[in-house]
Design a protein around this ligand. Structure first.
Ligand SMILES: CC(C)(COP(=O)(O)OP(=O)(O)OC[C@H]1O[C@@H](n2cnc3c(N)ncnc32)[C@H](O)[C@@H]1OP(=O)(O)O)[C@@H](O)C(=O)NCCC(=O)NCCS
Length: 260
């Protein structure tokens, strides 16, 4: 029990640049406190002690601002950073090493008129291992967010998300480029605070410039090739053309003069 709590604290410290000591996490991190209360409430829930489980999780909500239904299934090392306003619904499933920021909802959609019939059906999302959900994001419905996917702040996600995708907007759309996708599952992206990578993710403007430079080099090589061919075959067109161009432009200037 204490070993696993220690591991949870270490996981939180590894993912929050602001955390300085284990004691600080225990005393000042509502995400940690909510998780401890959830573990106890979930223990009661699984033994069919339902009302005390709900009441305990309600106390957790009052103390931390984080509402976790005791029936939710949560793996190891969940990190809820800041926490206030997080809601995790009853049939949510959360894999290991998931990170949620404040204001995230793992919720259902459109409650049906017959809530009795819905009680035992899955209504909330499943987040696979390593998912990061940005602040204010709403993940609504009984679908799966694949491993290591990142959901942008304030996104609204209402359908399946592929592993390692980055989703932003309402409704959320993927912004992954081919270069950003790890080529193999083994190339697992490391955790990055706030889900925001720095470093070797290629800059799209630099990529576009690289492409243009390549094209310029190819065109220059082609022009050189054509000039060599023209000289070899004795065509003197370039110089003729230049002379014709000069006299045409002189005429042209005569026409334009006086118009502007
Ligand atoms: C989604 C996210 C993970 C993407 O990070 P990233 O890979 O570094 O992406 P970039 O910042 O390069 O943005 C790529 C594009 O998506 C847009 N974008 C990024 N996050 C967005 C968001 N949440 N909503 C809408 N658009 C977003 C950017 O404006 C950019 O658009 P452009 O290409 O037209 O300029 C990150 O922006 C995010 O929202 N992280 C959560 C942070 C959070 O919740 N912090 C709370 C800490 S207390």
């Amino acid at each position: 029990m204490f070993k696993s709590l220690r591991a949870e604290i270490d996981g939180m410290m590894a993912r929050d640049p602001a955390a300085r000591s284990r004691l600080e996490v225990v005393l000042c991190y509502p995400g940690f406190q909510a998780l401890v209360i959830y573990r106890a409430a979930n223990w009661l829930w699984r033994r069919d002690v339902r009302l005390p489980a709900r009441f305990l999780s309600h106390i957790g909500r009052v103390l931390t601002g984080i509402e976790i239904h005791p029936g939710a299934t949560i793996g190891r090392n969940l990190f809820i950073d800041h926490g206030m306003g997080v809601v995790i619904g009853e049939t949510s499933e959360i894999g290991d090493d998931v990170t949620l920021y404040h204001g995230v909802t793992l919720g259902g959609v459109s409650p049906s008129e017959n809530s009795e019939s819905q009680r035992n059906t899955k209504r909330h999302p499943t987040l696979e291992r390593g998912v990061i959900v940005g602040s204010g994001a709403q993940v609504l419905g009984p679908f799966t967010v694949g491993e290591c996917a990142r959901i942008g702040a304030n996104a609204v996600v209402a359908k399946d998300v592929p592993a390692r995708a980055t989703m932003v907007g309402i409704p959320a759309k993927s912004i992954n480029t081919a270069q950003q996708q790890p080529r193999r599952a083994a190339e697992e992206p490391p955790f990055i605070a706030y889900g925001t990578p720095t470093g070797d993710i290629p800059d799209p403007v630099a990529r576009a410039l690289d492409g243009l430079l390549d094209e310029v080099h190819q065109l220059r090589a082609r022009v050189n090739e054509l000039e060599t061919q023209a000289q070899d075959s004795g065509v003197d067109g370039v110089e003729d053309g230049e002379q014709r161009g000069e006299s045409e432009s002189a005429d042209g200037h005569e026409h334009l003069r006086g118009k502007c």
